[in-house]
Design a protein around this ligand. Structure first.
Ligand code: SF4
Ligand code: MSK
Length: 656
């Protein structure tokens, strides 16, 4: 294999499939990225397409510093400055990301309400305890009322959050009080989720908001409507409907596909249909049908965030992350790939045609030329799921001989919801984050990092995630993960308890060994970044680490980001007080002023800022430096110097 091929991924299974694709004459995103170079003007936010007098390009002068004269001339036809253009582009990314997560939250709310009203057969309220918690958050009366009555009110309140015209989103109250005050002082506490997305689109259209600070205020407001609104609603209601995740053993990588079973890859984001597919795959008649067609059974495997959702709750194996969706088809062993919404490559129908795979779209919001469409109907969910499975089963005998399933698959433990972490750390009767805070204060754990986000065809698949996570845990930083980033770590064997002794620093390893957790915790899908916000809030509330998220020794990162959703996530991390560093490329460097606002001034306003560092190890060290800065401000920096693990300390840890 040529060196250029090896650089495309650090994962052996993926490299094998890259080679097979080459032999099969199949073009992949990896190949197209090599040919399609990014536009250097658009990449840094210097291209405006907001009206038909453009597109207007306002690039920085090449090879020299910008002069005042350059600055005067760097304007679009309407006079828009580089600052306005870059800020409008950035805010639109946030609005799109917020819309994606929140429309997912809306779909979950609709199903939740239908379930509560008894109109969605097959679904039920699984976590009554969490229903009560959310009822309290939403101010819904509990009293002597039935579960269904409470659930209907919770569902209606959730739906109302999208169209709320006045006041603030109800979940904002879950944040530390000091953080809520910052949002109110800055005027960025979001009203309705839809309202903030609409206002972001309005303000960024031609000839409206022309002051980049003011534009970014709306960007922040929209991002908070995602993290503490749409995403949090999605996570909380999914937990009530499908069960709050608890630790579960799973497996990951293309090696989870089976040569003798009907392989169905479920790809996308919303777990509404996939939950029902998981149930339908157990149906006796469906299994019988598969056997009649010569298969030994049905093998469901996940891809991207749908994978994370069904892994967290059912232990269903993961075939891979974003850059492996095409590679799964290249195995020739996928009888059907079922997609819903988000992160689905338009190349899939062409690749599916090169093999025997049936590509099935299921959402009215996302159709693809060349794919079969079986629309998911929540009122007849089981029927929709069985129809999908029958198509896959019927297709199994058509599997050709051009099949190669890589051997690689890795064990992982997932299911670290906020509730699970609370319980694991504190036990059933005293569940709390106290032991985590204590171990941060005594220095065994240096800090906590949220490493999240996508893969990106412009950089080696999984390379930055793994380099960053290894550097962090080596330095005693506990890592929380979601999305494709979590899947990268799982593939590299970092999500099993044994990884602590192998990769973590002595302090973190000793805590992981005592509690029995991996040094890298899988918290779920992209909408489940809301779990990280709740975990950070719980750390603040448990005391000893300041009175706001921005006081905590924590940091966030998206080392291989590609989606607009990642920008929305990063922005709500920052606006919630978490220093956040992204890799690959940064979309505002075409405006020094806007970049300074995000990378410097935000620290004064929100107590946290964005940063950009494409070298993952350097980025990890920026995060560690930030964590150390926060430790120093809390007066706990000396504790780390004193950490020596004598027998007494180990016994004390084991008692945790
Ligand atoms: Fe050009 Fe202004 Fe139109 Fe943007 S809004 S394309 S800068 S004329
Ligand atoms: S799937 S948004 S590539 S993490 Fe959530 Fe992965 Fe990014 Fe999609």
């Amino acid at each position: 294999m040529a060196d250029s091929e090896k650089k495309k991924s650090i994962d052996k299974a993926s490299l094998e499939m890259l080679e097979k694709a080459c032999g099969d004459n199949v073009s992949l995103a990896f190949d197209r990225a090599a040919v399609m170079k990014p536009c250097p003007i658009g990449e840094v936010g210097n291209c405006c397409i907001m009206c038909s007098m453009g597109p207007c390009r306002v690039p920085l002068p090449k090879g020299r510093k910008e002069t005042p004269e350059d600055k005067r001339k760097r304007r679009g036809v309407c006079g828009a400055t580089a600052e306005t253009i870059a800020a409008r582009n950035f805010v639109r990314k946030i609005a799109a990301g917020t819309a994606a997560h929140s429309d997912h939250g809306r779909a979950v709310s609709e199903l939740f309400l239908a379930t509560a009203k008894g109109q969605a057969p097959g679904y039920e309220i699984r976590d009554e305890q969490k229903l009560m918690q959310v009822a309290l958050d939403f101010g819904v009366e509990i009293g002597e009322r039935t579960i269904e009555e409470i659930a209907v009110d919770v569902g209606n309140k959730a739906m109302a959050e999208f169209g709320r015209q006045e006041g603030e989103l109800l979940f904002l109250k879950k944040a530390p009080l000091k953080r809520q005050e910052i949002w109110r002082k800055e005027g960025v506490a979001p009203r309705g989720i839809d309202r903030e997305v609409v206002e972001a689109m309005h303000r960024t259209s031609a000839g409206v908001d022309q002051e980049y600070h003011n534009l970014m205020r709306q960007g922040v407001r929209a991002s908070l409507a995602d993290g503490w609104g749409g995403s949090m609603i999605a996570t909380e209601l999914q937990d009530i409907l499908f069960g709050t995740p608890t630790p579960v053993l799973g497996q990951i990588n293309l090696g989870v596909l089976k040569d003798n079973e009907v392989n169905i890859v479920i790809h996308g984001h919303e777990p509404l249909l996939s939950e029902m597919l998981a149930a339908a795959a157990q149906d006796k008649d469906i299994i019988k049908l598969a056997k009649e067609k010569g298969a030994s059974g049905i093998n469901l495997a996940g891809m991207c965030c749908t994978a994370n959702e069904i892994l967290m709750r059912h232990g269903i194996p993961l075939a891979g992350n974003f850059m492996q969706q095409e590679l799964a088809l290249v195995t020739g062993a996928v009888d059907a790939m079922v997609v819903d919404v988000q992160c689905i490559m338009e190349s899939l129908p062409d690749i599916a045609q090169c093999y025997h795979t049936k590509l099935i779209t299921t959402s009215a919001k996302a159709m693809m030329p060349g794919a079969m469409h079986i629309e998911f109907d929540e009122h007849k969910a089981m029927e929709s799921a069985k129809e999908v499975l029958r198509v896959a089963i019927d297709n199994f005998p058509r599997r050709g001989t051009n099949v190669a399933i890589p051997k690689q698959k890795t064990d992982l433990i997932a299911g670290f919801s906020h509730e699970t972490v609370n319980y694991l750390l504190g036990g059933l009767f005293r569940s709390s984050y106290r032991p985590l805070n204590d171990n941060i204060i005594n220095g065994r754990i240096r800090g906590v990092a949220g490493v999240v986000g996508c893969n990106n065809a412009r950089v080696g698949h999984n390379e930055a995630h793994i380099a960053m996570v290894k550097e962090l845990i080596k330095n005693d930083v506990l890592v929380l993960q979601t999305g494709c980033s979590a899947m990268a770590s799982a593939m590299a064997g970092l999500m099993v308890p044994e990884a602590a002794a192998k990769y973590a620093g002595a302090g973190l390893a000793s805590v992981c060994e005592a509690v029995g957790i991996p040094p890298v915790l899988h918290m779920g899908s992209c909408v489940d970044n809301s779990r990280i916000l709740i975990a950070a809030t719980a750390m603040v509330k448990d005391g000893g680490l300041g009175d706001d998220i921005s006081d905590l020794p924590v940091a966030g990162a998206g080392p291989e980001w590609m989606s607009e959703k990642a920008i929305a996530i990063g922005q709500y991390f920052v606006a919630s007080g978490v220093y956040t560093v992204f890799g690959v490329t940064w979309p505002t460097t075409g405006s020094q002023e806007l970049t300074d606002l995000l990378f410097k001034e935000f620290e004064d306003i929100y107590g946290a800022m964005w940063d950009f560092e494409p070298d993952a190890v350097k980025a990890a060290n920026l995060m560690i430096a930030h964590i150390d800065k926060k430790r120093k401000a809390l007066g706990i920096d000396k504790a780390r110097d004193r950490v020596l693990y004598d027998m007494e300390m180990r016994r004390e840890l084991e008692a945790v």
